[in-house]
Ligand binder design. Structure first.
Ligand code: CP
Ligand code: NVA
Length: 307
């Protein structure tokens, strides 16, 4: 199988994403049944982090080990991306040691430059623009809940950030009925918005009012109001976003039995209440666990092993 980068969901057709989801389902079943195989034996994934992480680091490290390979955590403090040496030279050198590179950083352009220079697959573990691993794993979680993705009514309530953008990209591939509620001045990527509206299979609408977006939704998704790298804006954001809090009252507008999702880390009492995140509709810890299974699917697919 050919090796493949995983930089944005926009690079993938539905059929290929379905293949990854099917792999993830099989791998989760194998793990649960105690069946082990080592399809990535002898392979090492580099994990480059320019921002903090709990789930992404853990899921890639544990995932590689469960697949028979290994992972190596690489910090910018040592490597000095674009400062100590160029991104291109780093990509070329990392490719001489590693079988794949996962990178979490700020600019999508840096990930694209790294991928262009590297001869091994590069996986995007979050940029300011997108978080494709998260959203693919979330689609896995939704299927696991028995939901049909085609036409799924999902409301994303909050900042027009990397999660909102990857959800728009998912809407394009999976024909989701996506309703975004974002305050004025905090819109998602409007180029992606136009792309979904302009002939994709999915549908995306942008609201200012959270209740309008959530009306009849089968899934309500939220994320932090202040993403990594925006800490200086936190106070201003805390003043703008409270009408978009996901609480019991807002959930009253959703479809009966609607599910609640959050990629975590959560800021309880801000974008989501304790009552909701700890309540019966919340599937946030399934989401966290499924980062492991979904990304094992991505690893096997992108590193060119079938398992
Ligand atoms: N959801 C997510 O990516 O979590 P981390 O930032 O902890 O990796
Ligand atoms: N939007 C958040 C997601 C964290 C997983 C951030 O970028 O910080």
């Amino acid at each position: 199988m050919a090796e493949r980068d995983f930089l944005t969901l926009l690079d993938f057709e539905r059929a290929e994403l379905d293949e990854i989801l099917a792999l993830a389902e099989r791998l989760k079943g194998d793990l649960r049944a105690g069946r082990s195989a080592a399809p990535l034996r002898g392979r090492v994934l580099g994990l480059v982090f320019h921002k903090p992480s709990l789930r992404t680091r853990l899921s890639f490290e544990v995932g590689m080990r469960q697949l028979g390979g290994d992972a190596l955590y690489i910090t910018d403090a040592e490597v000095g991306f674009g400062k100590r040496e160029s991104i291109e030279d780093i990509g070329r050198v990392l490719s001489r040691f590693l079988d794949g590179i996962m990178i979490r950083t700020f600019a999508q352009g840096e990930v694209a430059r790294l991928a262009a220079a590297a001869s091994v697959p590069v996986i995007n573990g979050l940029t300011d623009w997108v978080h494709p691993c998260q959203v693919l794993c979330d689609l896995f979680t939704l299927r696991e809940q028995g939901l049909e993705l085609d036409g799924l009514k999902i409301a994303y309530v909050g900042d027009g950030n990397n999660l909102a953008n990857s959800w728009m990209h998912a809407a394009l591939a999976f024909a989701l009925d996506l309703r975004l509620a974002c305050p004025a001045g905090y819109d998602p990527d409007l180029a992606s918005f136009a792309r979904v509206g302009g002939g994709g299979r999915g549908r995306v609408r942008l609201f200012r009012d959270a209740r309008e977006a959530v009306d009849g939704a089968q899934v309500v998704y939220t994320d932090t109001w202040t993403s990594m790298g925006q800490e200086a804006e936190a106070a201003r954001r805390r003043a703008v976003f409270p009408p978009l809090q996901v609480n019991e009252r807002l959930l009253g507008a959703a479809a009966p039995g609607a599910l609640v999702m959050h990629c975590l880390p959560a800021h309880r009492g801000e974008e989501i209440t304790d009552e909701v995140i700890d309540g019966p509709r919340s599937i946030v810890y399934d989401q966290a666990e499924n980062r492991l299974h979904g990304q094992k699917g991505i690893l096997l697919h992108c590193l060119g092993a079938r398992g």
